[in-house]
Design a protein around this ligand. Structure first.
Ligand code: GLV
Length: 330
């Protein structure tokens, strides 16, 4: 499957094409080989393609576990994403492989998109668009497509990292009351700036009109929102997820939406991506997006640059700026 590396130039496996300037930055330091786009994305195949490579530039759909990470000579896996739940970091550390991600550059785009989903769901933007396109708009009606006010509502933010804080900042423009839950409290001055109040998760669920999730997927956050949590929400509540699909128990969410236990959901991520629960497709009170929260040209280009710089540093023998397991190569 693999061919021997060109002497003198370390080889890097690029799993998928990515935007400029990443490819040029990588080409300065490495011979870049690309993963065949028609080959299944499983560990055995990725391992085969990675033989002889010092690095892998991966994306969030690539499973990078112990089989890939034990490839001889592998030094760094650079994920073009801020989330890295597709990578077994412990196995990387055990194999002395650095793992890097792209923090910082996608916070604002993702916070924008969480708000876009909030607005679209609450104000029935997608339903309205379909209605007009299908020729159903026959005249203004006083009770047509009534939605929920976003302004003056209570917003509950689960996870107040960089993206969660970006959502809180936007909420002040809508005069929203902002609650957050997080293991780590914000500094009092940051809380004050954001106008955000820390509460426990049950209180956030019970009091919020909109709930926006901004936690990474870990063993602790898997199904953080399931039947019990949905049952604690207001019947008028709208759930927004731009984090990772498995943070929400999709079957429980479907049930809550079908039975109008909650009012709606705006989802950019799904439990078994790219598969979407068929009942979600059938629901009118949800807005669905194909994992595009960071998908602006500028943001994706910045992610590309950060990922390429991480890899280039590792190839040159340095410690990449965004390393997640610095202990890996000690
Ligand atoms: C996108 O979901 C990312 O983690 O960057």
């Amino acid at each position: 499957m693999s061919t021997p590396p060109t002497p003198g130039k370390p080889r890097v496996l690029l799993m998928h094409h990515f935007l400029d300037p990443g490819p040029a930055l990588l080409a300065e330091v490495a011979e870049v080989i690309t993963y065949p786009s028609n080959r299944p994305l499983d560990e055995q195949n990725i391992r085969g393609a990675a033989e002889g490579c010092i690095g892998i530039v991966s994306q969030l759909k690539d499973p990078i576990g112990p089989i890939v990470l034990s490839t001889p000579g592998l030094r760094c896996v650079s994920n073009v994403a801020v989330g890295y739940d597709n990578i077994d970091v412990a196995a990387a550390t055990a194999n002395h492989v650095w793992v890097t991600n792209t923090p910082g550059v996608l916070d604002e785009a993702t916070a924008d998109f969480a708000f876009a989903l909030m607005m679209a769901t609450a104000r029935r933007v997608v339903q309205g668009d379909t209605f007009v396109r299908q020729g159903n708009f026959k005249g203004w009606e006083i009770d047509m497509m009534l939605g929920h006010d976003v302004h003056d509502a209570t917003l509950g933010i689960i996870g107040i990292g960089r993206i969660g804080r970006g959502v809180a900042r936007r909420a002040s423009g809508f005069n929203m009351r902002v609650l957050y839950s997080d293991q780590q409290p914000l500094q009092p001055e940051v809380e004050k700036q954001l106008g955000a109040t820390r509460v426990d998760l049950p209180r956030l669920l019970a009091e919020s009109d909109f709930i926006s999730i901004h936690v990474p997927l870990t063993n602790e956050t898997h199904h953080l929102i399931s039947t019990a949590q949905l049952n604690q929400m207001k019947q008028s509540a709208i759930l927004i997820n731009t984090s990772r699909g498995p943070v929400v128990d999709e079957a429980a969410l479907v049930e809550a939406l079908k039975t109008h236990r909650i009012a709606g959901a705006g989802l950019d991520v799904f439990e078994r991506e790219p598969a979407v629960h068929p009942s979600l497709i059938a629901q009118h009170n949800v807005v669905l997006a194909p994992h595009i929260a960071s998908a602006t040209t500028r943001t994706r280009s910045e992610m590309s640059a950060v990922a390429a710089r991480n890899m280039a540093t590792a190839v040159r023998g340095g410690r990449p700026p965004n390393v997640l397991n610095p202990e890996a190569r000690q």
